[in-house]
Design a protein around this ligand. Structure first.
Ligand code: UDP
Length: 327
């Protein structure tokens, strides 16, 4: 049988690069397209000598390139998107169009060549819903369109509708996965993500910048747990046409997270409370709490997070310590 070939859009990003690594280890041929906007060549440097690895610098907005790639493969993981709260707020138009137009282009090609696709969406979809834990069929509650942050949830919501419509009307094999905060080595803090920011601040002995009062909560899933589940879902015969939450359900406040990072790094960094307005401008809406209901994904693939938050933080601290020692 010919080797299975796989396209990962956004494969030079944090999650995409871990997924590429996993698929190459499973002896797949992997094509990665990435515009290197938030992804980076460093993330895939260790893969480039693998004969089964192919990197294409390009954008998902380029329909011709996408078609050419989709034609070659028998599975797509569509991860390319504008990511990070900072990116969405700084570049609202570019982000919205990339997420919506780009996904439409990838879906069009998938339908044309009948290639199954897994699309990553986001926990941001649930918005300010306070009915925890969030289940896939729960309501989505958004703030005003004047607040750029909601552009992300709107654009990923449009992607979900599109994928489901392609599935229903054109028979596309499509799975949608809503990722809750994912962490791990290679994630950058440049676009706002809290865990790499706290870890790097602690290792440098700088204050840990907690936005708002720090009582807001999140659940942080470790990237290996996430990529394992993505691969299982993509090849599951009953997943198509469905949406799945994926992440950890170990909930922690951001203030507590800061304390934990201090403890695990042995740093004695101060906790500096920074008003949201100072970071994201006036009228910024944050989500007070976020925790997934994981029963649907547990039922279909037996998913349960294996790596605890403490273990995740230890691995991330180790990664950043080695990185700064190597400099
Ligand atoms: N956050 C923080 N300090 C930082 C970066 C983020 O307190 O330096 C907060 C942020 O306001 C949010 C939480 O940490 O409440 C998670 O932020 P992140 O950007 O990682 O993810 P998201 O907001 O998408 O959940």
């Amino acid at each position: 049988m010919p080797k299975k070939s796989i396209l990962i859009t956004g494969g030079a990003g944090f999650i995409g690069s871990h997924l590429a690594e996993k698929l190459l280890k499973a002896d797949k041929e992997v094509f990665v397209i990435d515009d290197l906007s938030t992804g980076s060549l460093k993330n895939i440097a260790h893969l480039k000598n693998d004969k089964n690895f192919h990197f294409i610098k390009g954008t998902i907005l380029d329909a011709r390139t996408i078609e050419k790639l989709v034609k070659k493969v028998n599975q797509i993981y569509h991860l390319a998107a504008a990511v990070g709260v900072k990116t969405i707020i700084d570049k609202p138009l570019e982000s919205f169009l990339l997420n919506t137009r780009g996904t439409e282009i990838v879906l069009d090609a998938a339908v044309k060549y009948k290639v199954p696709i897994l699309i990553t969406s986001t926990s941001e979809i649930y918005g300010k819903n306070d009915n925890l834990p969030f289940a896939e069929d729960g309501d989505r509650v958004y703030g005003s369109a004047y607040h750029a942050r909601w552009g992300y949830a709107m654009s990923k919501g449009a992607d979900e509708f599109l994928a489901l419509a392609y599935h229903r009307e054109k028979g596309l094999n499509a799975v949608i996965v809503r990722l809750f905060n994912v962490v791990g080595p290679r994630q950058t803090g440049v676009y706002g993500m809290v865990v790499p920011r706290f870890v790097q601040q602690a290792l440098a002995g700088d204050p840990l910048t907690v936005y708002g009062d720090g009582y807001q909560t999140r659940c942080f899933g470790y990237v290996d747990d996430i990529t394992d589940a993505l691969v299982k879902l993509a090849s599951h015969s009953k997943a198509s046409g469905h949406i799945f939450n994926l992440g950890s359900d170990e909930e922690i406040s951001i203030k507590e997270l800061a304390r934990k990072v201090n403890k695990l790094t042995g740093a004695k960094s101060k906790i500096a409370f920074v008003p949201y307005a100072k970071v994201y401008g006036q009228g910024f809406d944050d989500m007070a709490r976020r925790r997934p209901d994981l029963s649907k994904i547990k039922k279909i693939i037996g998913y349960a997070p294996k790596i605890t938050l403490e273990e995740s933080l230890k691995r991330i601290i180790d990664y950043y310590s080695k990185l700064s020692n190597a400099k």
